[in-house]
Design a protein around this ligand. Sequence first.
Ligand code: GLA
Length: 686
Amino acid sequence: MPHTDLADERLAGLRQRLQGLAYGGDYNPEQWPADTWREDIHLMREAGVNLVTVGVFSWGLLEPRPGVFDFGWLDEVMDLLAEGGVRVDLATPTAAPPSWLAHEHPETLPVDAEGRKIAFGARVHFCPSSPVYRYHAARITERLAERYAGHPALAMWHVGNEYVGFGCHCPVSVAHFRRWLADRYGTVDALNDAWGTAFWGQRYDSFDHIGTPAARNRLVSGPNPGQLLDFARFSDTASLECFIAERDIIRRHTPDLPVTTNFMGSFKHLDYWRWAAAEDVVSLDIYAKPYDPEGQLLAAYNFDLMRSLRGGKPWLMLESATGNNLTGGRNSARPAGQLRVRSLQAVARGADSVMFFQWRASRAGAERFHSAMVPHGGTRTRTWREAVALGHDVARLADLVGGSCDPTDVAMLWDWENWWALEAPDHPSSDLKFTTGILDHYRPLWHANIPVDFAHPHADLSRYRLVIVPNLYLVDDAAADNITAYVRGGGHLLMSYFSGIVDQHDRVRPGGHPGAFRDLLGIDIDELNPLQIGEAYELHHAGHTGTATDWQDIILLNGAEPLATYTDGEQKGQPAATRHRFGTGTATYLGTSPDPETMHRLVLDCATGAGVTPVMDTPDGVEAVHRRAADGTDHLFLLNHTPEEAIVDLDPALSWSVDLLNGHAAVADRLRLPPFGAVVLRHKTH
Ligand code: GLA
């Protein structure tokens, strides 16, 4: 049976056990006396909690001395949770190796690019390549898996915690990197060619002479780009190997239970396309700041990314914050009522869970001021009351579990390798940021209620009406051919500047920019031209005048038509954006970074031209998203992210019935959403 079918079966089993969406959070009972555990379970029942993540950082307590195990407290907690009807997402505690491992095997501590050993004292202090770390991680994983396989509370597995892809520079990692390079290239000459070591006489005579890339302050000038990129790939792989080793141990003991590890959304150092393929379900930790005016937009794009990683299947929001999330600076409280709408937003965008870090606020430790479902003030607090009410809302949405979001018409390409290469040093501009480019294109779509998938550049794009490609600097031939074939076959493309520049080894494509896409776009770029800070030019697009900053490609038309034109400066009269008919599709190119209003117009112009329609019109700050129940019934989420009342007009032709959250059987054509209000309308089947 193919891998994905098995994953689907494991998830079906989880749904069966939970009987609805998952609601709960990280539960760290080892911080509390046993009496508190009983109170916890009582309160969990009150709040409708049905899943908790247990044991994430418990290694030092479960194995207090090497090979000496103490599962007593965890046995008791697991039994109490089972009795209370709360299921467990059991963690392998391997993100926090015990002090004895660091003390007896200091070689397991990672080393940074400047040669400094990371100290014990926080967490994630392990070298992912270390065989000693891997041996001990495998041993505790095996003991946990054999002990709790078959336990009635156990519902799924959570491997490690937030792998970070630490690029370790210790001797063990250097040796591992050399082996990885030898496997990848076969011969050192192939590596020399890929890394362009003929420049500055960097030629290697043997894989044994190669090191991990040194920190910039240990080099007299810029590092080798191929070496940097391969080290990023290698570091991702080294961490993924740790995940897979633990996953495989778990699978031997509990082949029917899903295995996941919690992702950090738009996180740079791990290629989550690869990670998602290695697990049964994608899960996310999201900490969009409550007071960030774009918090809900940032959350939405992370949710869309998670949904996209496994082709639109439901995913799990394993951690979020009931209130502040302690990210440094001033961590304001969440405004009253916002918790509900922000949580439901995840469900609207495909999550099968609403979960938090953490259940009960810690009294001690680094995160003692992080918010929790049970705050320091206990059940007398607003947060507790909101958490209980939210539990009831989540229960009302039980029909949605396992259901999907509708396929989207728009895809945005997302490639981690491009991210690594784009933000590497020694480029025409050091200010290009991968997620800025993504968000600049995502923002107009979010405000217009146009749903977006993210897709890998190798993915089948044929079902999308519009494909958006922000700053795809690094592109291999397969991806370039894929994008070109998409347009040739009738697709609509919006590509922005500094795309198609280098191959998969970060070597400039021959023949001038944008090397991979000159024919497709019908342009040549005479000069790549980052603008100085404060330098701005006027541009004209479809009767609108806007401003261009940051970048200004000097574009020569070679088949394309101008779409937007500069109206001042040296480039006056020259194209800022172009459009090219290619095959039976169109390729639009944006050679600058326009102001938000102009960007909005350009992106929506492309969407409209491609025949993309929004879910519906809503007042700004009100999000409209469709999600289906498992039986296919359509649901419309209307989410008011603003602290003001909002009025939404529904299309009377679409008959909605039953507001699942608020219990109204008949739905008026004009809805009043209170501040931070939410409704979930079910489509009338008959
Ligand atoms: C992450 C971790 C948690 C906790 C939260 C706090 O998501 O996985 O253990 O530290 O952050 O924000």
